[in-house]
Design a protein around this ligand. Structure first.
Ligand code: GFB
Length: 318
């Protein structure tokens, strides 16, 4: 498939978030028109607002980067929010796009759609072959429904709607709130606070043994621009980095980047979540795309961003 982005009107939902803002940065390098809308203009949970917005603006393409997202604790503490809000956002945007005759749409899921004990690295075909990880099953069910929505509108109406499954992401504009964030922003903030206050140790949740695959959001955005221009299959496609890291090693790398020489204190009352979650991104690599941003270099870049943009965070974290 050849879908040149030049001249297209592309609606990026969720443009203020880490993923949406990275997609906007990436698409600014293409010769396309980028449409964005704040919540006061269109609340994506409200069907009538979404349908009216898409009917009025008539994009050529919709990217669903908007989502209710969070780390392991937020996912397990707010199951209704994660299930309801994500299902509504997806259903409103996919159906609204179809009604407005938008023929190209990209939905973003997550590696947590796969069974907790899926064979690693996880291939796309593992979907729905076993039980989900309980800490994030609500989010996962909503994201699986999103994939199925794209497939259903493709099957029934011939729509060119695709789904990409990113691995665990990090980057600028991430959420650094300690109760709802993912592990990288949480550890960066905690390690920075420990350095500033001279604390002897920093708290890391769980046992430090789970393995996660981390990708910088600018790599993700580049992969998405690549897929948008070339990929047109019903099956979702994995977007991963290709190697994974134990949480203990991640913590040590962040300590190194921040320049903190204290100890790690594991809080094993907090959940580990799924033991390992690395995706097989062979399908994407075979199409000709590979990531470029090494984990340590990416973490250093995000720490610079954090220092420049979150001046009060270390105070609040103590
Ligand atoms: O990033 P994270 O919250 O999400 O946690 P998941 C990854 C691992 O880091 C877990 C550990 O084993 C955590 O216990 N960890 C250590 C910490 N210290 C911390 C900390 O201070 N904060 C956090 N948050 N974790 C999410 C899903 O799972 O991954 C979502 O809940 C989504 O649905 C996302 O799929 C990509 O990788 O466990």
């Amino acid at each position: 498939m050849d879908y040149p982005l030049a001249g297209k009107r592309v609606f990026v939902s969720g443009h203020r978030g880490m993923v949406g803002s990275a997609i906007v940065r990436r698409l600014e390098r293409e010769d396309c028109e980028i449409l964005t809308a704040g919540r006061s203009e269109v609340d994506l949970i409200r069907q009538s607002e979404v349908e009216a917005y898409l009917a009025r603006t008539r994009p050529d393409c919709v990217i669903i980067a908007a989502a209710k997202v969070g780390g392991i604790m937020a996912n397990s503490s707010y199951p209704a929010d994660f299930l309801y809000q994500n299902m509504m956002i997806e259903a409103n945007l996919v159906h609204g796009a179809h009604l407005a005759d938008v023929n190209r749409l990209m939905f973003l899921g997550s590696s947590c759609i796969y069974p907790k004990f899926a064979e690693q690295p996880i291939v796309e075909e593992s979907l729905l072959t076993g039980p989900l990880e309980p800490t994030n099953e609500w989010y996962a069910i909503a994201k699986i429904a999103g994939i199925k929505l794209c497939q259903a509108y493709r099957k029934q109406f011939g729509r060119s709607y695709i789904s990409a499954m990113p691995t665990n992401l990090y980057g600028p504009n991430d959420n650094f709130d300690l109760t709802s964030s993912h592990v990288i922003p949480a550890l960066m903030r905690k390690v920075h606070a420990a350095k500033v206050s001279g604390a002897p140790s920093v708290e890391v949740w769980g046992t430090g043994t789970p393995l996660r695959e981390f990708m910088h959001v600018d790599d993700l955005a580049d992969a998405l621009a690549f897929l948008l221009a070339r990929y047109d299959e019903a099956e979702h496609i994995n977007v991963g980095y290709g190697s994974d890291t134990p949480i203990r090693e991640l913590a040590e790398t962040i300590m190194d980047v921040v320049g903190y020489e204290g100890e790690i204190a594991f809080d094993t009352s907090k959940p580990d979540g799924t033991p390992r979650k690395i995706m097989d991104s062979g399908k994407l690599h075979a199409l000709g795309w590979t990531p470029r941003i090494d984990l340590k270099a990416g973490l250093a870049q995000v720490y610079e961003w954090y220092l420049a943009n979150q001046p009060d965070a270390d105070v609040a974290a103590q």
